[in-house]
Write a protein that binds this ligand. Structure first.
Ligand code: ADP
Ligand code: MG
Length: 711
C-alpha cells in the first residue's frame, strides 16, 4: 500500500486522544492552567462524569482578547518560548497542547476577562479554531473554560467510558490532591446541579488544615510531619517536606500525594519504597497516607517525559529515594513508643559493648572513627554493626516473602506486669542448675562471633548472613532463635511480662486444632482425638497455677488461655503455632520431675517463639504463581481500552501479595532489629552449634582478596 501523509486534522485528533485520555485528564489540565494563571479560587463542575460537561472557573489573570484567535491552536502557549526554557520552567503547562486537544475531542467555550477591562469575551472552538469572533459579554475576574460532549467524535472511547465507572471519583481525587498542595487556593468540585461541593478546600495557611478540609479530621489526627534535606552535599540539593501517617492510620489503600517541584506526579519506585518501610515496621498500618512535596533545582528534573506530564524523571533518583526511605524509617521507629524504648535500650548497651570490647590485633577504628591506615586492605572490615552500609536489604528490596495464615487469634501487644514477687521463683535450685548448664555448655568462639558480628542480611528463609572480622557466616535463624528463647525463658523464669490475648482461647479447641494438623495422628479417629484433647485440657488445667507462676502462661478457670509470656521484648510469637504449642505443653512436659519439667517447658516455649520459616508459599518464589489471576482474560480486556487502564493493577492478587510481603518484611525486620541485637546481648551459644550446621563459615575475606587481587 502507498504511504500517504495524514491530514493535519487526523494527526491532531490522534494526538488529542493521547493528551486527553479521559475526562479526569481534561480536568487536570484545566486546573493546572488556572493555577498557572495565578488563581486563588478554582471551581470545577462536572456533569455525567465529565462526558457531558466539564466547567472550570478561576479568578486568575485571564486571556488577552488578541490572543483568543490562536488560544486553541496546537503548540500555542504563553509559558515557553525557547527549548532551553524547559530547563527552568516553573509553570505546569508548557506544551500548548491541552486546550487544543480538547477542541479536537469536544466542544470548548472560553469566557475570559483581563484586568482593567470593562467587559469580557466569550468564544467557542472546534478542531483548534474559533467558531466565531469573540463576543463581548459580562464577566467576573478570570477565566471560565467549558468542555462539552467530550469524545463526541470518538465512538469507541465514549462507549468504554460510559460503560466503565464514572470518572467523577477520579476528578474528585485530583482536586483533593491539588487542594492539599496549593493550600492558598480555594478549590471546589461539585456535580452539576448539586448544592453541595464534594471537595471544598477553603484557602488556608496551614497544610494540616488543608488536609483536614479535604480528607477529614480523622486522617489529620494520625499524621506526622517529616522533613528531609540534603543541602550539605556538594552535588545535589533536594528538600522534601510532608506528612506521613503513623501506626494508628489504617486504610485499605495507600494514598500517596506526591508533588515534585509543584507538579502532581506519580513515582512508582518511591511509592514502593515507602510501602516497603511501612510493611516492615508497621505491618498493621502498611497502607499509609503520604503527602510529600519534593523540591529540586529545576535543571535536575526532566518534566518532558510524559505527554500528560504524569511522570517526571529526576537526577539522582535512587539516592533521593534512599534518603527519603531512611527518614521515614526513622520516623516510624520513633512513632512506635514501645519500639523506640526497646531499641534505644538495646542500642546503647550494644554500643557500650562495642566500646569496651578488645579486638585482638585487628583494631581498625580509632576513637574518632577514622580507619587506621596500618591495616592490610585484605583485613579491613567494617566493625560497627550499626553502620547500615553493606546490609543486604539496602540492595535488595521486598524479595522473598512468606504468607501468614489468617488466624483468628490475635496477640494484643498489651503487656501486663506479672503480679508475682520474682524472688522466690528465682531461688529454685533446679532452674539454677539449668542456667548453669547453659554457661557450662558455652562455646567461647561462637560466643565471640555472636557478640561482635555484623548483621549482613537474610540469605533465605532459614539462614541469615553475618560477618565477623574477615569471615562471613551463614547462621540458622531457627536454631539460634530457638536457643535464645529457651535461654530467655529460663532467665526470665517467674518474672515475665505477659501478652494478653485479645480473646481468651479455649484450650479444647486449640488442642483439637493441633491434633487435626498433626500428621502422626492421621490414623486416629475423631472421637479418640477429642478424648486426647480433653485429657490434655485437664492436665493443663491441673498445672495451670504452676505454669502461670513460672512461665506466665495463664489459663483461666473455664479452660481458656488468656496470656502468654513476653520472652523477648518487642516480639510476639507466630499465633499460627499456638495450637501446636499447647499440645506440646499438654503432652510432652514431665510434670513430676522439677528439673525436667522446667527444661521441657522452656524448650517448648523456645520452639513456639522461635522464628520458624513460614508454612505458606513464598510470594517471590514460585509460590506466588498460585495467586495470579487468569492472565489471558485480563489481556483481552486490556486491549479494548488500552489507553484507559491507567491504574497500576497487574495480574497478581494484590491483597494476598501485599499480605505476604508485609509478613515477610515483618520477619526480616524482626530478624535484624530484634533477634540479632538480642542475640548479641543474651545468647550463650552451646558447643553443639559449632558442628550442627547452625553456624557455617562460607567465605574468608583474605582468600577472596587473593582471588580478586588477580583480576
Ligand atoms: P499550556 O498550559 O501548555 O501553555 P494550554 O493549551 O493548556 O497550554 O493553554 C494555552 C495557553 O492558554 C496558556 O499558555 C495560557 O496562556 C492560556 N490559558 C489557558 N488557560 C488559562 C486560564 N485559565 N487563565 C489564563 N490563561 C489561560
Ligand atoms: Mg496547560
Amino acid at each position: 500500500p502507498r504511504i500517504r501523509r495524514l491530514e493535519e486534522s487526523v494527526v491532531n485528533r490522534i494526538a488529542a486522544g493521547e493528551v486527553i485520555q479521559r475526562p479526569s485528564s481534561a480536568v487536570k489540565e484545566l486546573v493546572e492552567n488556572s493555577i498557572d494563571a495565578g488563581a486563588s479560587t478554582v471551581s470545577v463542575t462536572v456533569k455525567d462524569g465529565g462526558l457531558k460537561l466539564i466547567q472550570v472557573s478561576d479568578d486568575g489573570h485571564g486571556i488577552r482578547c488578541e490572543d483568543l484567535p490562536i488560544l486553541c491552536e496546537r503548540h500555542t502557549t504563553s509559558k515557553l518560548s525557547a527549548y532551553e526554557d524547559l530547563q527552568t520552567i516553573k509553570s505546569m503547562g508548557f506544551r500548548g497542547e491541552a486546550l487544543a486537544s480538547m477542541t479536537y475531542v469536544g466542544h470548548v467555550t472560553v469566557t475570559t476577562i483581563t484586568e482593567g477591562q470593562l467587559h469580557g469575551y466569550r468564544v467557542s472552538y472546534r478542531d483548534g479554531v474559533m467558531e466565531n469572533d469573540p463576543k463581548p459579554c459580562a464577566a467576573v475576574k478570570g477565566t471560565q473554560v467549558m468542555v462539552e460532549n467530550l469524545f463526541y467524535n470518538m465512538v469507541a472511547r465514549r462507549k468504554t467510558l460510559q460503560n466503565s465507572n464514572d470518572d467523577y471519583p477520579k476528578i474528585v481525587d485530583f482536586i483533593s490532591r491539588f487542594a492539599v498542595h496549593h493550600i492558598n487556593v480555594n478549590f471546589s468540585c461539585r456535580k452539576h446541579g448539586a448544592n453541595r461541593a464534594d471537595v471544598h478546600s477553603g484557602s488556608t495557611s496551614s497544610r494540616l488544615d488543608a488536609i483536614r478540609n479535604v480528607y477529614g479530621a480523622s486522617v489529620v489526627r494520625d499524621l506526622m510531619e517529616i522533613q528531609v534535606s540534603d543541602e550539605n552535599a556538594v552535588d545535589e540539593i533536594f528538600k522534601m517536606d510532608g506528612f506521613i501517617s503513623n501506626a494508628n492510620y489504617v486504610a485499605k489503600k495507600t494514598t500517596m500525594i506526591l508533588f515534585i517541584n509543584d507538579r502532581l506526579v506519580d513515582c512508582t519506585s518511591l511509592k514502593r519504597a515507602t510501602e516497603f518501610v511501612y510493611s516492615a515496621i508497621l505491618p498493621q498500618a502498611s497502607k499509609p497516607f503520604i503527602y510529600m512535596s519534593i523540591n529540586l533545582p529545576p535543571e535536575h528534573v526532566d518534566v518532558n517525559i510524559h505527554p500528560t506530564k504524569k511522570e517526571v524523571s529526576l537526577l539522582n533518583q535512587e539516592r533521593i529515594i534512599e534518603k527519603i526511605k531512611d527518614a521515614i524509617e526513622e520516623k516510624l521507629m520513633n512513632c512506635n513508643n514501645t519500639r523506640i524504648f526497646q531499641t534505644q535500650a538495646l542500642n546503647s548497651s550494644a554500643l557500650t559493648q562495642a566500646n569496651t570490647r578488645k579486638d585482638k590485633g585487628t583494631e581498625v577504628s580509632t576513637p574518632t572513627g577514622e580507619k587506621s591506615q596500618k591495616i592490610p586492605v585484605s583485613q579491613m572490615v567494617r566493625t560497627d554493626p550499626r553502620d547500615p552500609s553493606g546490609r543486604l536489604h539496602t540492595y535488595w528490596q521486598g524479595q522473598t516473602s512468606n504468607l501468614e495464615k489468617k488466624s483468628g487469634l490475635v496477640a494484643v501487644r498489651n503487656i501486663v506486669r506479672s503480679r508475682r514477687n520474682p524472688k522466690d521463683a528465682g531461688d529454685l535450685s533446679s532452674r539454677h542448675e539449668l542456667v548453669t548448664e547453659i554457661d557450662y555448655n558455652l562455646h567461647p568462639g561462637l560466643f565471640d562471633i555472636v557478640k561482635n558480628c555484623t548483621y549482613v542480611g537474610v540469605a533465605d528463609e532459614v539462614f541469615a548472613l553475618i560477618q565477623h572480622n574477615t569471615l562471613l557466616y551463614l547462621v540458622n535463624v531457627v536454631n539460634v532463635s530457638k536457643e535464645l528463647m529457651y535461654q530467655q525463658a529460663l532467665c526470665r523464669f517467674g518474672n515475665f511480662n505477659a501478652i494478653q490475648l485479645s480473646e481468651p482461647a479455649p484450650l479444647l479447641e486449640l488442642l483439637t486444632m493441633a491434633l487435626k494438623d498433626d500428621e502422626s495422628m492421621s490414623d486416629v479417629n475423631e472421637k479418640e482425638k477429642l478424648e486426647i484433647a480433653e485429657v490434655n485440657t485437664e492436665i493443663l488445667k491441673e498445672n495451670a497455677e504452676m505454669i502461670n507462676e513460672y512461665f506466665s502462661i495463664h489459663i483461666d478457670q473455664g479452660g481458656n488461655l488468656t496470656r502468654l509470656p513476653v520472652v523477648l521484648d518487642q516480639y510476639t510469637p507466630d499465633m499460627d503455632r499456638l495450637p501446636e504449642f499447647m499440645l506440646t505443653l499438654g503432652n510432652d512436659i514431665a510434670w513430676d520431675v522439677e528439673k525436667e519439667c522446667f527444661r521441657t517447658a522452656a524448650a517448648a516455649i523456645g520452639n513456639f517463639y522461635a522464628l520458624h520459616p513460614p508454612i505458606l508459599p513464598n510470594p517471590s518464589g514460585k509460590g506466588i504463581r498460585l495467586y495470579k489471576k487468569n492472565k489471558d482474560s485480563m489481556e483481552s480486556a486490556g486491549q479494548a481500552d488500552n489507553d484507559l487502564t491507567s491504574t497500576d493493577e497487574d495480574d497478581i492478587d494484590q491483597e494476598l501479595l501485599a499480605e505476604a510481603e508485609a509478613a515477610w518484611a515483618q520477619r526480616e525486620w524482626t530478624i535484624q532489629h530484634v533477634l540479632f541485637p538480642s542475640m548479641r546481648l543474651f545468647l550463650k551459644p552451646p558447643k553443639s552449634m559449632a558442628t550442627d550446621g547452625t553456624f557455617v563459615q562460607i567465605a574468608s575475606l583474605d582468600k577472596l582478596y587473593k582471588i580478586f587481587e588477580r583480576c
